[in-house]
Design a protein around this ligand. Sequence first.
Ligand code: PMP
Length: 291
Amino acid sequence: MAAKSFDDRDGWVWMDGEFVPHRDAKVHVLSHALHYASCVFEGERAYGGVIFKSREHSERLHASANILGFKLPFSADEIDRAKAELIKKLGFENCYVRALAWRGSEQMGVAAKRDDVHVAIAAWEWGDYFADKMKGVRLMIAPWRRPAPDTSPCNSKAAGLYMICTLSRHAANDAGFDDAMMFDWRGQIAEGTGANIFFVRDGVLHTPTPDCFLNGLTRQAVIGLAKKRGIEVVERAIWPNELASFSECFLTGSAAEITPVREIAGLNFKPANLTEQLLHDFSALTRRANA
Ligand code: PMP
C-alpha cells in the first residue's frame, strides 16, 4: 500500500501563530515562494519529546531568512515555544519537525518586498532517513556541484538550493545508489544531498570546510563529540583522489543523524571504531539533551 500523502493526515500544523487542522494548512497557488523559491526551512528531530538543538534551529531559520532579505514575524523564542507546543499537542515523542518561512501572495514577479512573510511548523513520526541505515549506504558521485558562494546564498537553508539536491538524489536512486555525494564548484568533496560528510584515516577525522555549503548543526555536534574523545578533527579541502586513502566514512544531518557509508562509486568503506564511538556518543547526547 502506498504511504499516506503528507497532506492527508490527521493532527495539527502551527501556521502564523495558531494551530490549524492538518488538512487545512494550505497556501495559495500565487505565493511568491512557490514561483521564485523565496522559502527557508529547518529539519529537526525530537528525542523523548524534546527537540535536539531547537534554539539553534530557530536561530538558523532566522539567519536563513535574513540572507534571503526577509524578516520573520516571530522571534526565535516564539518559534521554539510553538515547536514544543506542537509536538506535545500531537503527542509525539520521537519525531521530525519541519519549520519553514516563506513569502506570500501580495506581490508576484521577481521583486518581493511587499510580500507578507509566513511561518509554519509541522511534525511527523519518521524513522531512519535511509532504509537499512546501519548497514551503511552507497553513494554515487552527484551530477551537480555545490555552487560558489558568489553564485548562491549558500549559508541559507533555502529551498531553492535543494533543486540540485533533488536532481542528484534522483540520479543516484535511478542508478541503484542510496544517495549522491556532491563535489563543489572547485571539484572538492562537499557533502551529501541533505547531510554533511566525514572521513576517517589513521584514527583522524577529516571533513570538508563548509565554505560553500551548510555547516550542519549535527556536523558541529559530532566535531564536538570527537574532540571530547581526544580524536583529532581536520576541517580542510578534500579532493576526490584522496577517497581511496580513507577507511571509514559517514554522513551527518538532523534527518540522517550519523549514517555510515559503505561505498562511494565503487570504493568501499567499513564502519569501524570511530564511526561506532561517535554513533554511541551521539545517541547518548540526543537522549541526554532531554534529561
Ligand atoms: N547539508 C544539507 C544540504 C542539508 O540539507 C542538511 C540538513 N539540514 C545538512 C547539510 C546537515 O545540517 P543539520 O545537521 O543542521 O541538519
